[in-house]
Unconditional design. Structure first.
Length: 132
């Protein structure tokens, strides 16, 4: 399904001549050169095939992340666009299908975070008299 999504996105953005790095057969160097030079302002990249690619933070501001991997994949992709101390911000758009495993996993993580924060507040109140 990931390749179908990439193909669909590339087709929709065809007028912008996107650079696509989404398979082993992609000419990665050529596609990245097109993007970095400004020939195209659109780069469609899979986390799986983006390993070892640096320097995107100089040219990119928006990351559309279609999860086909782990939370670490997402973190790594964001790290390709944003470096600590960088002045220019970035925009991250997570694409997630309603009812998907990704959506359920995110919901569980949110619930665990809420529970942990609640427990921390109780401990701080009991031990230090602090109110959450």
């Amino acid at each position: 399904r990931w390749r179908e999504s990439i193909s669909h996105l590339a087709l929709k953005l065809a007028d912008h001549r996107p650079a696509v790095v989404a398979s082993e057969s992609s000419d990665v160097a050529w596609q990245l050169a097109r993007f970095r030079s400004g020939e195209t302002k659109v780069l469609i990249i899979s986390a799986r095939y983006g390993e070892g690619i640096d320097g995107l933070q100089d040219v990119a501001r928006v990351l559309v992340f279609c999860s086909n991997g782990s939370a670490n994949d997402r973190k790594q992709m964001i790290g390709r666009l944003y470096r600590h101390g960088q002045q220019r911000g970035i925009v991250v758009v997570d694409v997630e299908a309603e009812g998907s495993m990704d959506a359920r996993q995110r919901q569980l993580i949110d619930e665990q975070t809420d529970l942990a924060e609640s427990q921390i507040d109780k401990i701080l109140a009991a031990e230090f008299g602090l109110e959450g």
